[in-house]
Design a binder for this molecule. Sequence first.
Ligand code: ADP
Ligand code: MG
Length: 317
Amino acid sequence: MSSEFELIARYFARPAGNAELGVGDDCALLRPTPGALLAVSTDMLVAGRHFFADADPARLGHKALAVNLSDLAAMGATPRWALLALALPAVDEAWLADFSRGFHALGERFGISLVGGDTTRGPLNLCVTVLGEIAARPLRRDAARLGDEIWVSGELGGAALGLAHLRGECRLGEPEAAACLARLHAPEPRVALGRRLAGLPRVAAIDISDGLLADLGHMLERSALGAELELARLPAPPALRRDDALARHCLLAGGDDYELCFTAPAGDHAAVLAAGDAAGVPVSCVGRVVAGRNLRVLDAGGAVLAIKARGYDHFID
Ligand code: ADP
Ligand code: MG
């Protein structure tokens, strides 16, 4: 049986990378780029709440880091360092090997170094902290203004449809199921897009973790404005290109997509499209910011849809 320190050394300690000093001392030592803003965020994944306890560990390692990188993306930050606090019910070396492989593989792709953390025994719980740097303009939630266009990256609703498929609430064909489950289990943080958007004059952004209406709602709240969205313009994966209650739910209130929702002045329309092109991610203009505090969704005929659930809230069932 390995000790805590052997486990850390085997699965988590890596060369310090871009850190002055990484895993192994009382603190990591980091040297931020002079003049850059430091962006810091933390996200906790709890078994039974955010994932199934028997979830594939490599994908879990990916997802635990991906959801944090998505927060950096939504701020326009470049990922630099991460910390990982783990509670494990027992030492399962096969699980740790797969989990750490998924975690490090994604980290290496984004040039992020794991510089520290904590490992204890307890109910399975993963807490990742990320640090990134912003040289340009941070994508603050309160930066939306009247008349701005509202955009989303990629496609919406795939992760929620994958979850509905797992729960037996719908039946997907093989290729569609695989695509939606990949969205659910292995989200791709939109880091390159966030960095490009931070180069534009004024962009407000949030990442979509709890559903478009809920997360756009947070941005509008901070900006003290309302919005009109056009349902027909929401980018959907092939499996969702139909008009029924499940499709609407997944598009408007489905969580876990980790796409970016952002606003920009209409005069920057072409620059936003160019940012999407340069980042290799499609971006779709889906509505506009309006006066007042209401978030309205219009159907193809321009009628206002009645919306029940806005999205996921941990304290409201
Ligand atoms: P301390 O007793 O000072 O909290 P620990 O024994 O918890 O130190 O950790 C020893 C070293 O290993 C520290 O540098 C810590 O940051 C690092 N560490 C512990 N757990 C992890 C982990 N899961 N991933 C990365 N680094 C870790
Ligand atoms: Mg400790």
